[in-house]
Structure formats: structure tokens, C-alpha cells
Design a protein around this ligand. Sequence first.
Ligand SMILES: NC(=O)c1ccc[n+]([C@@H]2O[C@H](COP(=O)([O-])OP(=O)(O)OC[C@H]3O[C@@H](n4cnc5c(N)ncnc54)[C@H](OP(=O)(O)O)[C@@H]3O)[C@@H](O)[C@H]2O)c1
Length: 303
Amino acid sequence: MNILVAGGTGLIGSHVLRELLATRPSERLHVLTRDPGRPHPLSAHVRRVRGDVGDPASLAQAVRGMDVVIHAVQFPNHPVENPRKGWTYLEVDGRGTVNMVAACRKVGVQRFIYLSGAGVRPGRTEPWFQAKAMAEEAIQRSGLPYVIIRPSWVYGPGDRSVNKFVKMARLLPFMPVIGDGEGKVQPVSVLDVARVVTLAVDLPEATNRIFEAGGPEALTMNQILQTVLRVLGKRRPLVHHPVGFMKAVASILQYLPNPPLTPAAIDFILMEERVDPTETERVFGVKFERFQDGLRRYLGPRR
Ligand SMILES: NC(=O)c1ccc[n+]([C@@H]2O[C@H](COP(=O)([O-])OP(=O)(O)OC[C@H]3O[C@@H](n4cnc5c(N)ncnc54)[C@H](OP(=O)(O)O)[C@@H]3O)[C@@H](O)[C@H]2O)c1
């Protein structure tokens, strides 16, 4: 089979490629990227093809001859939108996926696997939910056989979030937290997500269904940071910054050419979403790992 991973240079996409290489070595793997010249750790095993979800002509070219398309694209510096560069939920997650679906339909791709997000349902007003809903609807209406996966917060080797916490634990005498840190998420290992995506390539029972992916525990941000510190063998106090103060700072920062934070990104970070992974575990025959166990496997006691 020819399998194209759009977003194959990103966190989830690169782990999907590794899992595909390990478990299905006879498939031909292709990576859609805006910059095929950039070094890729798996370049010996994958073909890189130039494409941008905002450029339908490039997608038409990229999906030609593909049997399966795995769509794991996210705008750079997520969750901080940058409308001047077109890096927004609407443009990349929403319209970009619509463009990709249209390209796949034209060439008769046999399976479309989409990385959506936890909490997508009609009527939600936040831009990330609206974009994901637009994407999911386009997929479901397309007539393409599909599998949609809605992960909670994904962590693992190469992620930006836990790695940021690790850096802070090394450099700062305290761990900054936005708000009271009591909002809960269900961290899910990128290795588990990659396993589910890889199995979704040809699992008949998964066809035309939506699956939630999340770890077995709902943890607060305080618990997540304390777990990271424990696994690293470090002691740092958590210092909470009021949301109102952080938003005031972000409302100034958002006017920088490359804003590090915006008020909307703070809302995204503070979002609480619960998922029910029971059916996903049953259909795919997987067991999502506890955060502490997954973290230990890649951070180890000393890093
Ligand atoms: N990470 C999480 O915690 C999480 C949780 C729930 C859902 N998800 C979903 O999972 C998917 C993948 O997320 P991720 O965290 O793996 O993303 P990521 O690490 O930020 O990677 C994003 C990928 O998107 C590609 N990309 C960006 N703009 C593009 C464009 N205009 N055209 C084509 N490709 C473009 C990038 O490739 P190039 O730079 O090579 O072009 C990169 O490979 C997203 O849909 C996200 O919403 C992620």
C-alpha cells in the first residue's frame, strides 16, 4: 500500500511513521511537508513530497497513487494563532482538511484517517472546536471510508509540552502554572496514539467511526507537573499566576510579529476535556498507558 502521512514531520505523524515502519515494513510511506528539503530522521525510509494544505494544487499532486492518507496537520506554534501568516485553526485545521478531503476524493483514496481532538461536538464556539467540526463534517460527507481519532492531550518523545516543563524544571527555581492548575485532562502517550492510528489503516471494525483516545486517569495540571518533577527527581514549588493577569500580559504580547502567547491560547491551554477510551481500547485491542508509566519510559529518573 501507499500511505501518505500529512504532518509526518510533527509529533504524532512522526511516531505514526515509526510505528508503520516497525509493524508494516512492506508498505510504501510518504510524508507531506511544506519543506521536503528539511532533514527528517526517517528520510532513508520515507519519500518526502511537498504540499501545503492551503494549496489544493499541491495536494492533488501529493495524493496521487495513495491508498491511505493519514492527516495529522497542525499550524506552527500551536496553540498560538498568527492570522498574518495564515496559521489559524480555521485556515489549517478547518479549510486545510476540507482541501485535503477534496483532493483524496478526486483520486479515490481508500481510507482517510484524521487526527481530530477531544471535545468536538456541534454548537461549540471556540475556534479550535469549530475548525475540527468543519473538518470532521467534510470527512463524513465525503463518502471516503474514514477513521476519526479524537485524542486528549498527547505527550511523549519529541513533544513540546512536557519538554517545556523539563526545561523549566532545570532552569527555574519554581514551576509556573497559569491559574489554579485544577483543570483536568487525560494525558495520552503518543506511542499509544500512533499504535491506534497504525491499526486503523485496515481494521474493518474501525471504518466510518470516531474514537476517543486518552489515558486512564484524569489529572490536573498540578498533578501533571508534580508527576514530571517526581520522574525527573526534582523538587520545585508550583507558583500559580492568576488567569486575569496572564491574559492581560498575553493581550499585549499578541501584537508582536511572532507572539509567544495570546489570550485565546490561554483558553486553549486551560481547556478541560474528558474522553472515554473504553470503546477505542476494545476495538483496537490496546490499553492506554498511565501518565507516570509513559513518562518514566522516556524521561527516566535523570535527564
Ligand atoms: N499534540 C496534541 O496534544 C494533540 C492533541 C489532540 C489532537 N491533536 C491533533 O493531532 C494532529 C497533529 O498534531 P501534532 O501535535 O502532531 O502537530 P505538530 O507536532 O505541531 O505537527 C504539525 C505538522 O503539521 C504540518 N503542517 C503545518 N502547517 C501545514 C500546512 N499549511 N500544510 C501542510 N502541513 C502543515 C507540519 O509539517 P511541515 O512543517 O513539515 O510542513 C507538521 O508536521 C493535529 O490535527 C492536532 O490537532 C494533537
